[in-house]
Design a binder for this molecule. Structure first.
Ligand code: GCB
Length: 595
């Protein structure tokens, strides 16, 4: 799960660019062994990118089923003596990989990386073929869930989530090498105690021969490259401390560099990663970073952009961070799935706090808007034991990928699940226990506004209760006076039922940029500004609220439907990242708050 890097012991080759791509409407590719030849009727396809906005034919744009990617890659002769690994940042949603005719790996997560050792299947010094079969069907057992129907030989997907079902190789594809005995995992946890910064480090080697022993060496360097700590040890875990370390925080996102060396009888491997020393805790119902109270200001986001869809793009990410900084935000939630790790790396450097969410969105029996009756879903034929097993597995992968990032301050186990159902408690309990077993960060679950606190089966298990509130929009539409009463009454009930910290994970309204109305009415820029003002005034009177995340940072694409005109328009910025009026109001509010 370590992010691929290059250095004196490792090489890295990026396979981004154009790949060959074919649709497989009748799912015959495997039977016809497409991996053993050039995939038929192929077209050029960009990687990383979603396929959807690159295609003009509506049947292709909304295609559900099997697809194939293929690329010829020259592998250097020098790699003969190394271990060679393939890493795909994200393949949405199911993928199967062949290297030169060999069936190598299967992966079932649309938002977490696929990483496999392909040394036994490559031909160094020659051209090699990488073939990937992708499938974008969802079921009640996938994250997120969805259901498939078929008419006239065409598959249709129905989901309960409110973002476009983009498909493709969404993140970079790499080949990288390691020595034969190599560092497979580095897991670190930092804490503070009386001026000392503690680091717990767990290291895992791979490829160690029996009867061989490995030796570890670590160096912690400051920003100037000066070694501030050095250790040599044979064990796979160690704890050490720094006196008076420079702490990591949004105001000063200071990163040390940790270099880890592994030596065995026949090889040496090195892996380096940035380390931010900080503590995070919930104390007396509030959130503390390095012992100081924090109020989270920021956004629910999406990985979403014109043309490239859900692809990770450095330029877009830089722009988003610049705009979030400008607005005075200090945090965001990876709603509603794990984002590319590059987002977390940037957040570490830029000083943002992240609520890291898994792809468990739409575990409920109806779709947006968030009103109406909820049908049961925690049952044998829908969200069942297999769903729970997959959910747990993805949570584990997420924690293994992201735990070293100082920016990650909380894990979020689901967005808007049907948590009033009796069986929801038994479903979430082992998942939350697993998260706690793997990591010490606070755990959160996000609730839909239809959830009645007194009936919620999950909130008692978490540290922070996430709330999505749209009173004055989905209820009492357009009336902010009644909306305010409903909001206050709902918050009172949550406080009474649990007396736990509340995080407002969503509040916002669809707003058409350039539409102005006096007096303010729905969809106008004035209404968005008034709505956010009313909500934030209420938040300011309530000590139990530990933060506010506006829905959404930017307008984003959704599936077609009668409540969305060219996507969800609740952005404070447009999809092209230009500000609406409310952006300036938020900036004034957030920049003024010291915490
Ligand atoms: C929600 C969902 C979010 C939707 C939003 C909306 O509660 O969590 O995914 O986009 O409402 O705009 O309806």
């Amino acid at each position: 799960m370590l992010y691929p890097i290059e250095n004196e012991t490792r090489e890295l080759k990026c396979l981004d660019g154009l790949w060959q791509f074919s649709f497989d409407h009748s799912s015959i590719g495997e039977k016809e062994e497409w991996y053993s030849k050039k995939i038929p009727k192929s077209i050029d396809m960009a990687v990383p990118s979603s396929i959807n906005e690159l295609l003009i034919d509506p049947e292709e744009e909304s295609y559900i089923g099997d697809m194939w990617y293929q690329k010829e890659v020259f592998i250097s002769k020098d790699w003969e003596l190394e271990q060679v690994h393939l890493r795909i940042g994200a393949a949405a949603y199911h993928s199967k990989v062949w290297i030169n005719n060999n069936d190598v790996f299967e992966h079932h997560s649309g938002f977490l990386p696929l990483d496999c050792n392909i040394s036994n299947f490559i031909k160094p010094g020659r051209w090699n073929t990488i073939t990937i079969k992708l499938n974008n069907e969802l079921s009640w057992q996938t994250l997120p869930p969805g259901t498939i129907s078929e008419t006239d030989n065409k598959k249709h997907l129905k989901t309960q989530h409110d973002f476009y079902h983009y498909t493709g190789l969404h993140r970079s594809v790499y080949l990288y090498t390691t020595p034969n005995t190599f560092i497979e995992e580095v897991s670190l946890n930092t804490d503070l105690d009386e001026g000392k910064g503690w680091i717990d480090l767990t290291l895992s080697p791979s490829g160690v021969k029996t009867a061989d022993s490995v030796k570890w060496e670590i160096q912690l360097k400051d920003k100037e490259g000066k070694v501030v700590l050095e250790r040599k040890f044979p064990e796979n875990s160690v704890q050490f401390h720094l006196d008076n370390p420079r702490l990591w925080s949004p105001a000063d996102p200071y990163l040390y560099e940790l270099e880890v060396w592994l030596s065995s009888s026949d090889s040496r491997d090195k892996y380096s990663l940035p380390v931010g020393i900080r503590s995070i805790e919930i104390k007396s119902g509030e959130l503390y970073l390095n012992g100081e109270k924090m109020y989270l200001k920021g956004f629910g986001k999406h990985e979403d952009m014109d043309i490239k869809g859900k692809a990770f793009d450095d330029a877009l990410a830089l722009k988003d961070f610049a705009l979030m900084k400008w607005s005075g935000a200090n945090s965001f939630r990876t709603s509603h799935y794990p984002y590319a790790e590059e987002w977390l790396q940037m957040a570490d450097r830029e000083g943002f706090l992240i609520i890291d969410e898994i792809g468990a969105v739409g575990m409920l029996g109806q779709s947006v808007p968030a009103i109406g009756e909820l049908d049961g879903v925690f049952q044998e034929d829908k969200i069942n034991d297999l769903s729970q097993k997959n959910h747990m597995k993805e949570m584990e992968m997420l924690i293994r990928r992201d735990r070293n990032h100082p920016s990650v301050v909380m894990w979020c186990v689901a967005n808007e699940a049907s948590t009033m159902e009796e069986k929801a408690g038994a479903y979430f309990e082992p998942i939350i226990n697993k998260v706690r077993e793997l990591d010490s960060r606070p755990v959160m679950n996000v609730n839909l506004m239809l959830i009645e606190p007194e009936k919620c089966q999950v909130s008692k298990m978490v540290d922070v209760i996430g709330l999505n509130a749209y009173f004055g929009w989905y209820s009492s539409a357009g009336d902010l006076n009644i909306g305010k009463k409903e909001l206050i009454e709902w918050l009172d009930r949550w406080k009474k039922a649990f007396d736990k910290p509340l995080m407002i994970t969503e509040f916002g309204v669809d707003t058409v940029q350039g539409l102005h109305k006096l007096p303010a009415t729905m969809f106008s820029e004035e209404f968005q500004a008034d709505f956010l003002k009313m909500y934030t005034e209420v938040f300011d009177t309530r000590r139990e609220i530990i933060g506010e995340h506006v829905w959404n940072f930017a307008d984003f694409m959704t599936g077609q439907g009668i409540v969305r005109v060219d996507g969800n328009k609740k952005g404070i910025f447009t999809r092209q990242r230009q500000p609406k009026m409310a952006a300036y109001k938020l900036k004034d509010r957030w920049r003024e708050r010291e915490d």
